[in-house]
Write a protein of this length. Structure first.
Length: 488
């Protein structure tokens, strides 16, 4: 018997689709049901390494990775069969079933749908056959009429799965009822019946003040408003689309300020989410030298376009700010693309990313290769010293996604300028010990690392997921809850 399929659509990007789908994954799982998430096409540079076909590894969007964990399911590439990773405003790397496809990457946007739909449909059908419930997330809005003919992620998926669709809107932006009605009206008439519930997200104040709008909207559309989610409620998950709110985040009396450089093609920024909950840590996003002034750490995160983001960093004057911070003994951490930037040079003989001079804070050289390293990694820090000494001997697990291969600069090594390999082939320190670069993503998601660096723990993901699931019981109407409890 095929699984029940519930789909979360949105009137806009950022309406709340991803975290609501995550909440539903845990809510259904808490009923003892076997649950899987699905998003046909995701556009994001936040990606995770998961199980791929034939026992290998592949990439999916981070949102579906977290949704799988919420569902208590093993994440795999079928849960996000198509991932688009933007490399520039008009170019994306296409990842199909977890693997980079150069042929699809070269095709225009509308030319891809016929090529990818069979794999998308097969992945969804396989998940439906193996599970009791599949929670499906849409993308953007189903009313983007310029894209409806080539749709592979919204209503085409809903039709294929026979999904019961929720349409969520952000009422805090204003015009929520117009968004809901306009979206419903622009959906082809024969598909409107797929939308079976409206959800108001980020509502402030007394819900009684909404009347009579939900009733009027139901009279016009036949669709009930099945949930109202309050503004003051914070879901605790990373933002899927890399939206920076500009505010610093801190918990308790601040003892450590960490500035993460937010260059245009930042990737895997979701790995910093746990730092927001560490007592005494203030996390902020930096786009100018003024933003990093007074910080204790400067972090250069991952990048989907390392050479281009390095050029942007220099254009902002952040190269000098990072160098001055390091010269004062301040901590500098580079992760993946950030590690590559810290070295002496980026060498690209294959047209993968671009050539560039590095920041020169580590005596390393990175060569870009066409083949991408995609894998889980379990290892331990060696004899870390200086500012990062607390990591010495600490076990760590994470994941790698990179085209670059990094090694000691031969000429500098011959001259005696040798970096200290904290983890051979994966992590290096400078001689002073305050600059650390590593290829491993997920450092701050490891409880042992947080304890070593801060002597504290952050809330577990399971606690976040359970709180999300509890919200479903609070916000949704009794009629909707009754219809969706238990097996179909």
């Amino acid at each position: 018997m095929a699984a029940r399929c519930v789909m979360v659509l949105g009137t806009t990007s950022g309406a709340g689709k991803s975290w609501l789908a995550t909440a539903l994954c845990r809510w259904y799982s808490n009923q003892g049901l076997k649950v899987a998430p699905f998003k046909a096409q995701n556009m994001s540079n936040n990606a995770r390494v998961v199980a791929g076909p034939g026992g290998g590894h592949g990439e999916i969007g981070s949102a579906q990775y977290f949704q799988a964990l919420a569902a208590r399911a093993e994440p795999d590439v079928r849960m996000n069969p198509l991932l688009l990773k933007p490399e520039a405003d008009t170019r994306s790397q296409v990842v199909l079933m977890g693997q980079v496809s150069e042929a699809l990457s070269a095709l225009p946007w509308r030319g891809r749908s016929a090529r990818v739909w069979p794999q998308i449909a097969a992945a969804l059908d396989a998940l439906r056959a193996e599970n009791d419930v599949v929670v499906i997330e849409g993308a953007g809005s189903p009313a983007e009429i310029n894209l409806q003919a080539s749709d592979v992620v919204n209503l085409r998926v809903a039709r294929h799965a026979g999904a019961s669709c929720l349409l969520v809107t952000d009422i805090d932006r204003g015009g929520a009822f117009a968004h809901l009605y306009g979206t419903w009206a622009l959906v082809p008439e024969d598909e409107r019946a797929l939308i079976q519930g409206f959800v108001l997200n980020k509502f402030r104040g007394d819900a009684a003040l909404l009347a009579p709008a939900p009733e009027m909207l139901q009279q016009m559309t036949g669709v009930p408003t099945v949930a109202t989610i309050p503004m003051q409620w914070h879901h605790g998950l990373p933002e899927e689309d890399g939206v920076f709110d500009g505010a610093a985040h801190a918990s308790g009396v601040v003892h450590t300020t960490i500035a993460v450089v937010a260059y245009p093609r930042i990737s895997n920024l979701d790995e910093f989410q746990p730092l927001k909950a560490v007592p005494g840590v203030r996390l902020l996003w930096a786009r100018s030298p003024a933003d990093v002034a007074g910080s204790d750490w400067i972090v250069l995160p991952g990048s989907k376009a390392t050479a281009a983001d390095l050029a942007w960093l220099r254009a902002q004057g952040l190269d000098a700010a990072v160098a001055a911070h390091a010269a004062r003994g301040g901590r500098v951490l580079g992760i993946c693309g950030g590690l590559q930037m810290l070295g002496e040079a980026l060498i690209d003989s294959h047209g993968v990313d671009g050539n560039a001079a590095g920041l020169g804070l580590l005596p390393l050289v990175t060569a870009f290769e066409p083949a991408k390293t995609v894998r889980h990694t379990r290892t331990a820090f060696g004899a870390a010293h200086g500012a990062w000494q607390a990591l010495a001997g600490t076990a760590v697990q994470g994941y790698e996604i990179h085209h670059g291969q990094t090694a000691q600069h031969p000429a500098m090594a011959a001259a005696g300028d040798v970096s200290h390999a904290v983890i051979p082939g994966l992590a290096w320190q400078n001689a002073r010990g305050n600059v650390l670069g590593l290829y491993l993503h997920g450092l701050f998601e490891d409880a042992g690392i947080l304890r070593a660096l801060f002597g504290a723990d952050a809330p577990t993901l399971d606690a976040v997921f359970d709180r999300l699931a509890g919200g479903i019981d609070t916000w949704f109407s009794p009629q909707w809850l009754q219809a969706h409890r238990g097996r179909a």
